[in-house]
Design a binder for this molecule. Structure first.
Ligand code: IVH
Length: 670
């Protein structure tokens, strides 16, 4: 038989846990970290396992656990669950306000304004403070008993707080799935190869319709109360807003955006304020609900059919609409990525007319199974780019073909490619493709590539826009006279630029390979390729097996190199560059194993005085070293500059040889 001490500990733990739930959900002011909360739950669970006779249904450990149901039973709503009339404009709101003012014979009405949450209406019945039944709205009179599922929602108390709650209390409110949880849930769905939910409301509805509460328990559901149904045992205050405060004191969550506003002006101002905030709110809302705050006035106004005359829902412009997918066009971005764009029959959604929406990439098109001619659901939330949410399959006519991104670039005709583990398909004509021209030239001219002094991004844009250059090879044909004619470029700058171009012709093979802007080939990989192959011809003609034999070169890089040098357009440009005189010192290639730093792994950390960290890396690689980004047991040397980070201390811990800048320079023979 458990003693009093155990019973007492159990009660203290339950109170503590409920108290933290209240702080977290209702007051939005958590006091302890999640880990501490979990610890309390674990302790309570452990004691309850030891003394099962002390388990009560309102214990916070008892949210999940019931067996799956065969079906949901019906629930009759004693007080019907009503719906709301809609307002779509300021004028509709003014008409509503006028009806109220005339009805109650007052000049200015106080309204309780609340976000209209986009979830599911739920009725929660508390008997002597204990949650005994939860039901969906259904048709307003008959709903479904979803008690077991509702019990899994942490934001819903299993027991009311305090001791002044009524004997019978039916709380009405909305079960929602917060946007963040919805996104995560959909990512999990996709990972599991299951269909994602279309929107948070569907996800919330689907989650509550589970016959197995264990599944519902894994879904990120939440709840806000917005009113009461049945009540017995106490008299309520006179204002709706005060009733809400009472609900809050009993542990029910109220939407923090709720406010009492004065008159129609107050309604309009509140609408504007919430519309501006809409996208930043944690939950999806589709409008504002205005309720006459004074309950006596509510009684005067009464009801029409199934909706109160004292409340109205001002709807935001719909964020989702259906329209026809007229065509799928392919755009090539500055970096060469191919983006499929949906051309749509213009549709008014989210407050603007939308005629295009992004389809992101081939995977997205496949996921949606979007085909030309389909009816699609378009979503535009705030300033977010319009998205195609889903295809209405039931409206598909005939047998339209599946859409495939093209095998050649719609801008330049080069082959397109998509590499393993990448979602994007891109054009491989990097040096030649008009869409990528500016970016390719900017990259080519940059300091770490050909280091063309004075040729900044702005000037590149100007040169291309003025038609002076088309490809990077054209850069070397520019003359001072042509440059002078450009706006904002003086004679001195023009001469300096031509001189810088001339100077850049003497480069290194690694710089040149990097400057070509081959997808996925950074400086380090360019250096690795150069060290291994020693000549441009060797790199250009290397086959897959040869490339894969190079240390640190994997199948993705190999495929990138091969595809790049397969494009005749790219080969043309390379030839032109060599023809204008770009050259580099011949690499007297010693077999890798004979290079002085062969087989040694370096890490460079901190700021070096005489050279950039990157230059140091390249110089080390030229001597056959491998340069890594993180210190491990396999590291042979760590080069430490000024203000090194944790890598230096880690090296010390592992007993790895540390070199300062002086030692490095000596090693490099400088
Ligand atoms: S009050 C008599 N307040 O909107 C008033 N409803 O169209 C009945 N809803 O089924 C509801 N947020 O699911 C009210 N702050 C809010 C609401 C809200 C969302 C939903 C509710 C109801 C529907 C009515």
């Amino acid at each position: 038989m458990p003693d009093k001490k155990i019973q007492h500990r159990i009660e203290t733990l339950r109170e503590e846990i409920n108290g933290h739930n209240y702080l977290y959900y209702v007051l939005d002011a958590p006091e302890i970290p999640d880990s501490e909360y979990d610890r309390l739950l674990v302790e309570l669970n452990k004691i309850e396992q030891q003394y099962p006779e002390l388990i009560t249904t309102d214990s916070p450990t008892q949210r999940v656990g019931a067996m799956p149901l065969d079906s949901f039973s019906e629930v009759q709503h004693e007080v019907p669950m009503l719906s709301l009339g809609n307002a779509f404009s300021e004028q509709d709101m003014e008409d509503f306000d006028k009806r109220i003012r005339e009805g109650v014979e007052k000049d200015c009405i106080d309204y309780a304004a609340e976000p209209k949450l986009d979830g599911l209406a739920i009725s929660l019945l508390y008997d002597n403070g204990l949650l005994v039944r939860a039901a969906t709205r259904g048709d307003g009179r008959t709903g479904e008993d979803v008690t077991l599922n509702i019990r899994t929602i942490d934001a819903i108390p299993l027991k009311l707080r305090g001791n002044d709650f009524p004997a019978v209390l039916e709380v009405r409110g909305e079960v929602v799935m917060p946007k963040e949880g919805f996104e995560k849930l959909n990512q999990q769905q996709l990972k599991k190869g299951e269909k994602p939910f279309v929107n948070p409301r569907n996800a919330a509805a689907g989650s509550l319709r589970q016959l197995d509460p264990k599944i519902t328990a894994t879904r990120p559901l939440s709840f806000y109360s917005y009113g009461i149904g049945l009540i017995e045992g106490i008299t309520l205050p006179e204002k709706h807003s005060q009733v809400m405060e009472r609900l809050k004191s009993w542990g029910m969550r109220i939407n923090p955006e709720s406010e009492v506003v004065k008159g129609i002006k107050g309604c309009h101002a509140y609408y504007e304020k919430l519309a501006a905030k809409r996208n930043d709110l944690p939950d999806e809302i589709d409008g504002i609900v205005y309720k006459v705050d004074d309950i006596e006035f509510q009684n005067i106004m009464g009801f029409v059919s199934r909706a109160p005359r004292w409340a109205i829902a001002r709807k935001f412009p719909a964020q989702e609409e259906m329209t026809k997918l007229l065509a799928i066009e392919v755009q090539v971005g500055r970096t060469g990525a191919l983006t499929p764009v949906a051309r749509l029959q213009p549709v008014f959604v989210g407050g603007v007319t939308v005629s295009n929406a992004t389809l992101h990439n081939q995977d997205e098109i496949d996921r949606l199974d979007a085909r030309v001619g389909d009816m699609v659901i378009i979503r535009r939330a705030g300033d977010v780019i319009p998205q195609v949410v889903s295809v209405v399959k039931s409206k598909r006519e005939g047998k339209p073909r599946r859409f495939q991104l093209p095998a050649t670039c719609p801008v330049c005709g080069s082959e397109t490619a998509r590499f393993e583990d990448e979602a994007v398909t891109f054009c491989t004509g990097g040096l030649y493709c008009e869409a990528q021209r500016k970016e390719a030239i900017k990259h080519f001219a940059s300091r770490r590539a050909m280091n063309i002094d004075g040729l900044g991004d702005k000037l590149v844009e100007q040169l291309v826009d003025e038609g002076l250059i088309n490809t990077i090879a054209d850069l070397y044909k520019i003359e001072v006279e042509q440059l002078i004619k450009l706006e904002r470029l003086g004679e001195k700058s023009a001469k300096n630029l031509v001189a810088a171009l001339e100077k850049s012709k003497a480069t290194t093979l690694a710089h040149f390979v990097f400057a070509l802007g081959i997808h996925n080939i950074g400086e380090t990989t360019a250096q690795t390729l150069t060290n291994h192959f020693a000549t441009l011809e060797n790199i250009m003609h290397a086959d897959e097996a040869q490339l894969l034999a190079v240390p640190d070169i994997g199948p993705v890089v190999a495929e990138n190199v091969i595809t790049f040098f397969k494009q005749s357009h790219n080969l043309d440009v390379v030839k032109q560059l060599l023809d204008v005189g770009i050259s580099w010192p011949k690499i007297k290639k010693k077999p890798v194993e004979q290079q002085p730093l062969a087989g040694k792994t370096f890490v460079v950390t901190g700021t070096l005085e005489t050279m950039g960290r990157n230059d140091a890396k390249v110089a080390l690689q030229e001597l056959g070293a491998k340069v890594s980004g993180s210190v491990s047991k396999k590291t042979d040397y760590v080069v430490v500059g000024e203000n090194p980070g944790s890598k230096a201390s880690k090296a010390q811990d592992l007993g790895i040889t540390i070199l300062d800048e002086k030692a490095l320079l000596k090693l490099l023979g400088q």
